[in-house]
Design a protein around this ligand. Structure first.
Ligand SMILES: *[C@@H]1O[C@H](CO)[C@@H](O)[C@H](O)[C@H]1NC(C)=O
Ligand SMILES: *[C@@H]1O[C@H](CO)[C@@H](O)[C@H](O)[C@H]1NC(C)=O
Ligand SMILES: *[C@@H]1O[C@H](CO)[C@@H](O)[C@H](O)[C@H]1NC(C)=O
Ligand SMILES: *[C@@H]1O[C@H](CO)[C@@H](O)[C@H](O)[C@H]1NC(C)=O
Length: 265
């Protein structure tokens, strides 16, 4: 835009919408079942090919046993295949380039000693570019699987000591360059308040006890900042304001009585 300014009659309005590295933050007061259902849905629907898909989850040690079991059990029921069959939950990724890159992330996961593959981890291009829904446990919260958007069916989980949750909130805020969506799962109201405050810049759409996907046009305005975009929230008054060109008008009731500054007298 800067380079082309001489060609424009007015400054262009830019609307940027990019990706996300969306999170589920789970507190020890959370309801395990809703975490498990919400995380499976958000991480794997449309093969994770949604800008708002959850791809990193932060889970307290005290709940990890139950949540891990829940995720792995539900994972067993997921059918991957031809989406013409309505019992199928997710299908192939879109092309060879996507498949190859998704595959390289899975290979990184399998070869890293800091990462455990809890479910999935395979991919197969013999009948289509199929990437299995994959659940990983990452010991390093800065691993690229916790930081980079994959836009595929890959969920990275980081398990933290329950008492360390305040630091985890800061970690979530600073781990990714994106700021699209995120969720807090907790029953403790003070934790919900604290998470909402610490994480206020990390997600344009912030969910409480709900999955990080599925905003409805006309109900939840959507968009994020940081590298996720210009956060224009289509459907909202903020969005309309972006495209108008305001003009300020001043009409005086007291015309200028002298051209000189008072100091000149
Ligand atoms: C989670 O999903 C299962 C079905 O897969 C359902 O039976 C259960 O009630 C759900 N629990 C919650 C809290 O959503
Ligand atoms: C993974 O596959 C998805 C779906 O086709 C694709 O959009 C995405 O770019 C792939 N991820 C990478 C890192 O290439
Ligand atoms: C499938 O993957 C193999 C190994 O990565 C590659 O050699 C082959 O060209 C791929 N086939 C298709 C159809 O992309
Ligand atoms: C969140 O991250 C931003 C950008 O790195 C930083 O400016 C801000 O202070 C952080 N917020 C908190 C509460 O740590």
């Amino acid at each position: 835009v800067g380079e082309n300014l001489p060609r424009y009659r007015t400054f262009p309005r830019l609307a940027g919408e990019c990706g996300g590295k969306n999170y589920h933050f789970v507190h020890s007061s959370a309801d395990v079942d809703s975490v498990v259902n919400g995380t499976i849905r958000s991480a794997f629907e449309f093969s994770g090919q949604k800008c708002s898909a959850c791809s990193r989850a932060y889970i307290p040690k005290s709940l990890w046993g139950q949540i891990k079991q829940g995720l792995v059990d539900k994972h067993r029921d997921i059918k991957v295949g031809d989406p013409g069959d309505f019992s199928i939950f997710l299908s192939a990724v879109i092309d060879k380039a996507s498949f190859d890159r998704n595959k390289s992330y899975l290979e990184h996961a399998k070869s890293s000693s800091d990462i455990e593959v809890l479910a999935g981890g395979e991919c197969d291009n013999s009948t289509g570019y199929f990437v299995q829904p994959t659940i990983l446990e990452c010991k390093d919260p800065q691993d690229k699987l916790m930081r980079e958007e994959i836009f595929g069916p890959v969920l990275a989980c980081y398990v933290y000591e329950d008492g360390d949750y305040k630091n985890v909130l800061k970690l979530i805020n600073s781990t990714s360059e994106y700021g699209l969506t995120g969720s807090v799962f907790a029953k403790d109201e003070s934790v919900i308040e604290e998470a909402s405050s610490v994480l206020r810049n990390s997600a344009g759409n912030f969910y409480v006890n709900d999955k990080s996907t599925g905003s409805v046009v006309g109900q939840q305005w959507f968009g994020g900042s940081r590298k996720s975009g210009t956060n224009d929230k289509p459907g909202s008054p903020h969005y309309v304001l972006k495209w108008v060109s305001p003009q300020a008008i001043k009409r005086t009731k007291v015309p200028l009585t002298d051209w000189k500054y008072p100091s000149m007298k």
